[in-house]
Design a protein around this ligand. Sequence first.
Ligand SMILES: [Zn+2]
Length: 495
Amino acid sequence: MKEPIYRWNFQALIAVVLCVVLMPIPPAGAVSSGSATPITIPSELSELWQQLQHSYLYLFHNSPRWHYRSDRINEMQDFLKKARDHCQNSYKDRIHQADSQLKETQQQLRQETGKISDAERHEIHCRIQQLRKTRTEDQVLADHAIPIAYENKNAKLELIEQWPQDVKQIDAEIANGSYIHRRWGDVKDIGFRVIASGQQDDIKVGQQAVQQMKQSGIMPPVVKDPTVVNYVDHIAQTVAAHSDLHVPLHVTVLNSKEINAFSLPGGYLFVERGLLEAADDEAELAGVMGHEIGHVVARHGHKLMERATIAGIFYQAAEVAAMILTGGIMGIGTYYALQYGFYGLGLVLNLKLLGVSREFELQADQLGIQYAWNSGYDPTGFIRFFDKMATHVGYVNGVGWFMDHPPFYTRMVDAMREIMFLPKKPRYIVTTTAFEQMKQALKKVTAKAEENEKNKPSLYGPEQGCATTQPANYKPGEPIEKICPILGVENVKPR
Ligand SMILES: [Zn+2]
């Protein structure tokens, strides 16, 4: 901390490192003619392909009864690689085309300056603006959304191949009682055991970090609607009361469309509006909140601060700041900055740092599942939420985050294993009328936020009054096949 001027950066960054549940791509327009040329799946793979469309939970339950030959699995692996490369290359081609069109248009602007009318100049500005926008969106797809969508498919294939063996092992551990001796297997002592001592020592650091986050201007506004705020607080406090948390939990709902939640050391939980919008039931929310509380309980923030170097964080911050200042073609950092404000940018800055927390994510997953279960919730809520995020292109875009995280297969299998080890309860809460009431109240909050956003001048489009803005190639929530069609299978089957 030699450089006090960067202090807030450090703290704020650590804050977001603690937990980024998921980063979405912002909503955009309808599918345009921009999708890739279709590729055809070999007919012998089409049945296995259909299986990959199922949810993780479905695969966990059903794959032990399937017996796919290993050459079929290998063939599918090859096909997935081919399909991913094809999809990615189509988008890279589009980026190259946009680059040369941009160059041409900018050249034209330079050459004809002084000769053209204001109206013509306006038209050229609009064209440049549109090209930049499309290019950035395509880059997000090529660099982030496409690889993640295919990593998710690969994880499901791995599950079909390996889970039947894994589940036998798990059953054996349950039968011989050895599962009790797993890390934090003492679930009957939740609240009375020690996960990491000294939680209260983090309160001061957390308070400071919250303060610095507020001062830095990266924090989105706070949601004030009492129905939403009280509901979120109630669920979080319920989960906290059934966890190993020994410090007071402070819950804040942020008015941002990011599908995200994060926690600061010492019990500061931030839940973003986008996360509430994306959740389909209360058990999903409880799973995510349990995960965040798990980070606080295990004092991951404290541990990360010991490991992260301020120089490393500052280097990344400078890099992204430079991208913004130089303008022109936008990188992913700028993209988030413009879409979400600096808070989103903060997330982008931390992607590399998140790499150090793979193990912490798995730990928080395990604790979170235990806490949701101990609060009476269906513990599979966490898996369902994760699955939804990873499967649909609209949710996973831009998530370099996913890359630095534990491999999907490990994460999902570890989560499922923990659920199987937990003592069964006669019934679990999946959702409540309070959840539905929160969703209703949230609609109004969202509508108002969207209205405000419309009136805000956008850095994304400094040239005002352009005739038409081309919609992006995807809609949030759509599967990857929508932008890269596969022939020979039923595409985009409802799930
Ligand atoms: Zn996390």
